[in-house]
Design a protein around this ligand. Structure first.
Ligand code: SF4
Length: 397
């Protein structure tokens, strides 16, 4: 989501004559797009902003924009702590970013020649924003607001434009992306329509919620090979009791049914897991470990529970840091090697690789693959996996 928002904001800066650089010293403007889902993420963004004080002092005409979820949460209070900050643009204001730039008086309003896009095979299209869930640990609904689905006509127009610009892979984005709907149309319909656009070779989507993995969705993907066979589905816990206390809207049993159905349809599944939710007992934690053993995720991103101010879970009694560390260590040991074994089982399988460089690309199930011969970036290569080098498939091609 942040990547797409960054692209959208960057596009408005490109239109005002800026070109991207990762070298701060040569930059005239710093755009910091922030995440606030964990305290740590917000802290890192603020500490980076603090370090920009010297950068701005060296050349006061430099511009600093602080955007995204932390900007939404902290608002104009930021300007008191960081008086050298030029603009604050919250995550809910992304649609008005261009207006904000124009009204700031900091930018020329004469449109500049667009700069050539950097070479990439992936075009991002936001299809919905916000979230209607109220997970007890999560700050997102309060900073991003309720679900707002963009009209399918607009989505299809944007996806078609991306494909015409040379992006064969389209990633549909939303906080709970598969909650997208429109009168008479479901997320599954939208996936099929996007995949049928000329020039679209593959469609991915981020971030889905387990509640919307429906039979209709499964039927749609089953018959459409252009829908990538990888899903990043945050499970958060393997214990029904903790899932209820987290207000996730599913139980271990329904979750397992959905994960099994996805696996039967060839999906590689990666996930996010929170350890040490305040009410998590040692038995609950065991349930998470057993879920990890049972499902064989292709990757699992594990986080210690981090309380977020204003959420119901922030009122609960925290585990000690020692317990959090111990549980995280145990889980990390369990998930260590998941990726390697997910890669190893690919040996002998046919793969379709979308080339992201002349010799490297990603398969439909999101594994990196290296080809022997060189191919044009953006082309699709059919091959067989011959061997594996750590987390890289080596193909026969
Ligand atoms: S589904 Fe839950 S965790 Fe995900 S954004 Fe919504 S409230 Fe947060």
């Amino acid at each position: 989501m942040n990547l797409a928002d960054s692209e959208e904001m960057a596009a408005h800066l490109l239109a005002r004559g800026y070109v991207p650089t990762e070298n701060l010293e040569e930059a005239d403007l710093a755009l910091i797009n922030t995440c606030t889902i964990r305290d740590h993420a917000e802290h890192k963004a603020l500490s980076f902003l603090g370090r920009l004080r010297k950068w701005k002092r060296e050349n006061p005409s430099r511009i600093i924009i602080f955007a995204g979820c932390a900007a939404q949460r902290l608002g104009n209070r930021l300007k008191k702590t960081f008086p050298y900050l030029d603009l604050v643009s919250g995550a809910k204001e992304i649609d008005r970013f261009a207006e904000l730039l124009d009204h700031s008086g900091l930018f020329s309003t004469n449109p500049a020649e667009p700069n050539p896009a950097t070479q990439s095979v992936t075009g991002y299209v936001t299809i919905m924003r916000g979230c209607n869930f109220a997970c007890s640990y999560c700050i997102v609904p309060s900073v991003r607001g309720p679900v707002h689905c963009l009209p399918s006509q607009q989505i299809l127009r944007q996806a078609a434009q991306k494909a015409a610009e040379g992006y064969p892979e389209i990633v549909l984005l939303g906080q709970t992306v598969n909650a997208w709907q429109e009168e008479g149309k479901t997320f599954a319909d939208l996936l099929n329509e996007v995949s049928a656009l000329p020039g679209v070779e593959r469609v991915r989507f981020v971030s889905p919620h387990p509640a919307f993995i429906t039979p209709q969705f499964l039927a749609a993907v089953e018959n459409n090979p252009k829908i990538a066979r990888h899903i990043h589905l945050p499970v958060q816990s393997g214990s029904t009791k903790v899932l209820q206390e987290m207000k996730r809207g599913y139980s271990r049993e329904t979750l397992l049914e959905k994960l099994d159905a996805l696996k039967e349809r060839g999906f590689a599944i990666s996930t996010d897991i929170i350890v040490g939710f305040p009410t998590e007992t040692p038995q609950d934690f065991e349930q998470t470990l057993s879920l990890v053993e049972r499902v064989h995720f292709s990757a699992a991103y594990c986080f210690k529970y981090s309380p977020r101010q204003g959420t119901p879970a922030a009122q609960m009694q925290l585990h000690t840091e020692k317990t959090l560390e111990e549980r995280l260590d145990i889980l990390l040991n369990k998930v260590k090697g998941l990726a390697e074994s997910a890669y190893r089982v690919q040996i002998g399988k046919p793969v379709q690789i979308l080339m992201e460089s002349p010799n490297k690309g990603r398969t439909s199930d999101n594994f990196w693959a290296k080809t022997k011969k060189s191919y044009p970036v953006g082309s699709m290569v059919n091959s067989i996996v011959e061997d594996v080098d750590d987390t890289l498939l080596l193909t026969r091609d």
